[in-house]
Design a protein around this ligand. Structure first.
Ligand code: GLP
Length: 246
């Protein structure tokens, strides 16, 4: 069952979700516990990250007890590549916060042993106690992370092929389609579904068709986001555009 929250706009949504994350971090750290956050890239979570940075800067919210796991990374792109997700996260979030470097995890796009690296990534999530709260965006193909269709419910962190629609969508950031990698490392559907709480963000009319499919279609590998219907605590944060019936 997916809960929905309709926000006046993406900035107000960001404020509300950032406040929930802050409360979670503060409550857990009071009882000496870390908070494990699953993080996403793409343009959608940017206002949320800006708001988390503001809470840190202006309201003294500390991230020292936070452990992070990013969903995915392009194969072949290293930390200094401007389009790598490692670089994206540094620029848009981590360099503005006090999360200890040793507590930040992002799949390594330059690994030469993907199966081993992915198994180690899964083990690190388990070792951290599992993900308390997972932030998700939504691709037009129905992907979550980079789980392109078809993606079964039991998929784990692994190397995947990117859909042509996804490469097209992301080519705006690379300047040219030929520069967009054709493979990525991503947490699997099962990895994502094990998060105790999932907050999916989707804004604007361009996402309305896929939001509708994700919520209405019978869960199947054809539209990986449909698996979220089986999650006990998943909320879709929408605006008037993305919640429009198509
Ligand atoms: C990217 C990411 C996803 C993201 C999605 C939507 O390719 N791998 O994690 O949710 O596509 O991107 P955007 O937020 O820019 O619409």
């Amino acid at each position: 069952m997916i809960a929905t929250r309709l926000h006046p706009d993406k900035h107000i949504a960001a404020q509300s979700i950032a406040r929930e994350i802050a409360t979670l971090i503060q409550l857990r750290s009071k009882s000496g516990k870390s908070t494990v956050l699953g993080l996403a890239t793409g343009s959608t979570p940017l206002p949320l990250y800006a708001e988390l940075i503001r809470l840190h800067r202006d309201e003294g919210l500390s991230f020292r007890t936070v452990v992070t796991f990013n969903l995915d990374e392009y194969v072949g792109l290293g930390p200094t590549h401007p389009q790598s997700y490692r670089h994206f996260m540094e620029e848009h979030l981590f360099r503005h916060l006090d999360v200890p470097v040793s507590q930040i995890h992002i799949p390594d796009g330059l690994t030469n042993d993907a199966p081993h690296h992915c198994a180690t990534y899964e083990a690190a999530i388990r070792h951290a106690g599992g993900i308390d709260l997972q932030i998700l965006g939504l691709g037009r193909t129905g992907h979550i992370g980079f789980n392109e269709p078809p993606a079964a419910a039991d998929t784990r962190t692994r190397q995947v092929h990117l859909d042509e629609m996804t490469r097209q969508d992301n080519s705006v950031f690379f300047g040219d389609l030929s520069l967009v990698p054709s493979a990525a490392l991503t947490m699997g559907v099962a990895t994502i579904m094990e998060a105790r709480r999932i907050e999916l963000l989707a804004f604007g009319e361009g996402k309305s068709a896929i939001v509708h499919r994700a919520m209405q279609e019978t869960p199947s590998a054809k539209c990986p986001a449909t698996w979220l219907q089986r999650h006990p605590h998943c909320t879709f944060h929408l605006d008037s555009g993305s919640s429009k019936q198509t």
